[in-house]
Design a binder for this molecule. Structure first.
Ligand code: UD1
Ligand code: CA
Length: 478
């Protein structure tokens, strides 16, 4: 027996969504790091469906937001029925087709599974739900309990407007019936001349083969129309994401303040403190801890590493057991090795720190390679830019870099070397050498006292001159 083909879920995503007041098509607006339409596609895939979409506005971007999903172009958006017709070439000859809107990102896979389960050998099954304020939803019209059709709010009688059972805009169809009977028979509705896919419901009812599945989680079936709903729905998805991590063994302190995008992976026993933001392609290892108000984008933090509060990491890698922060800034290409320590106000980009390197305070490390066990003194700067190009600084292992050292790249320092504090290093330092690049100290005995007395005398003179009429606001230092 041939394997049963998967149902095809067709996502209607051709609309612009004017109430978003945006130059970006509604279905492209991101929620927790995934475009709205991507959430719908993910739910359909999780429910075991193949996915296709109908596109029009910002077609190329919508296609790009749905990688691997075949898309049909609706030449002019003329209603949901016209949109399904635009997908005709993508529809299978037999089996089941689900139609769903691209702007309902809270739809749960289980709801689509319930739709498919209830569908059986009906021609059409419609998902409905009961809401307190049905507003612009299509109303489910029943006679003697049986659904006979859907009427849009704009065409409804006052009695029909009072109906609180509404059309979720999600349907299952017998593919052949949809292709051969429904789509050719749809008629435009005045005054706009739009074609409604909802007309299929009355057709199936007339044929005696309509199902209606009424679900009670109305909130998960709702569509987004404006930015207020966008923000509200993002909160819901964020809660779901955090709940999943929580169930998988991640500790979340004040989850209401934490933002974790979809696709971020977090290992068991990791800890996220309040205000943490994890976005993009970020991965947090087992038992790692991310301190309060740290922002990580496209960053990998290995097992047991600690990122202390207020750190910003982008495109960085933090090795096992390393410590970063507080107030560290790791930029793209920062690779922090096992057990390293990167402290406050240290900025690192495109640099590799081997195991156990310490850079604890106030440094800029750019385009550098630093060998194992090296200590980078407070205030060390790699001068990687000469105004035209970037150059590399190569530092061996077990090097001691004195505080406030500048390394003028390109420059290389051998293993075990020692750089005197305050040095400006411009030339090769061989292994185990001591290099000092600064002016030698000069001390004048009693010179401090002499100068201080001069300064005091000058200040007294100035004060006397000031009390006899000069501008008091000229602000000398005291
Ligand atoms: C539709 C239903 C309504 C239901 C509601 C649920 C119709 C006629 N009405 O109304 O009964 O309660 O959904 O949300 O179907 N789209 C296209 N091409 C078009 C028109 C729409 O792709 O030409 C897409 C939109 O981008 C959107 C989806 O179809 O994702 C729904 O369209 P929308 O205009 O929002 O339909 P509603 O008026 O909400
Ligand atoms: Ca809508």
């Amino acid at each position: 027996m041939a394997p049963c083909p998967k149902p095809l879920a067709v996502i209607l995503a051709a609309g612009l969504g004017t109430r978003m007041r945006s130059s970006t098509a509604k279905v492209l607006h991101p929620l927790c790091g995934r475009p709205m339409v991507g959430w719908v596609a993910a739910a359909a895939q999780a429910a075991g469906c193949d996915v296709a979409a109908v596109v029009h506005h910002q077609e190329d971007r919508v296609r790009a937001a749905l990688p691997g999903v075949p898309c049909a172009r609706q030449h002019q958006p003329r209603g949901t029925g016209d949109a399904v017709r635009a997908a005709l070439d993508l529809l299978p000859a037999s089996g089941t087709v689900i139609v769903l809107p691209g702007d309902a990102p809270l739809i749960r896979p289980a709801m689509l599974e319930a739709l498919l389960e209830g569908h059986g050998d009906a021609l059409c099954t419609v998902l409905s739900t009961v809401v307190v304020r049905p507003a612009a939803y299509g109303r489910i019209v029943r006679q003697e309990g049986r659904v006979v059709g859907i009427v849009e709010a704009s065409e409804a009688t006052p009695e029909q407007l009072a109906i609180t059972e509404v059309n979720a805009g999600i349907y299952a169809f017998e593919a052949a019936w949809l292709r051969d009977v429904v789509l050719p028979s749809l008629e435009p509705h005045p005054p706009k001349g739009e074609y409604y896919i909802t007309d299929a419901v009355a057709l199936a009812a007339a044929a005696g083969r309509l199902n209606a599945t009424c679900l009670d989680d109305a909130a998960s079936l709702a569509g987004i129309n404006d930015r207020t709903a966008l923000a509200r729905f993002e909160d819901v998805l964020q809660d779901r994401i955090l709940e999943e991590h929580s169930e998988a063994g991640v500790t979340l302190h004040r989850p209401g303040t934490i933002r974790v995008e979809v696709g971020v992976c977090i290992g068991q026993d990791a800890v996220l403190e309040p205000g943490v933001i994890l976005v993009g392609d970020t991965c947090i290892g087992v038992g790692a801890s991310i301190g309060a108000y740290s922002v990580l984008r496209d960053t990998v933090v290995a097992a047991g590493a600690v990122v202390k509060p207020h750190s910003v990491l982008e495109g960085a890698q933090v090795g096992p057991g390393a410590q970063v922060g507080p107030f560290s800034h790791l930029r793209p290409g920062a690779e922090i090795g096992r057990g390293c320590k990167v402290g406050n106000f240290v900025e690192i980009k495109k640099s590799t720190l081997a195991e156990g390197v310490k850079a604890s305070h106030l440094s800029y490390i750019g385009d550098a390679t630093i060998g194992a066990g090296t200590n980078v003194g407070a205030g060390t700067i790699t001068c990687n830019y000469d105004g035209y190009g970037k150059h590399r600084t190569i530092i061996g292992s077990d090097v001691l870099i004195g505080s406030n050292t500048s390394l003028v790249a390109p420059v290389t320092v051998g293993d075990g070397a020692l750089l005197g504090a305050g040095s400006t290093i411009t030339a090769y330092v061989p292994p185990d050498a001591l290099a000092i690049g600064r002016a030698r100290q000069v001390t004048f005995t009693d010179g401090g006292r002499t100068l201080r007395e001069q300064f005091q005398a000058r200040a007294l003179e100035a004060k006397a001159a000031g009390s006899s009429g000069s501008d008091p606001g000229d602000g000398g230092q005291s």
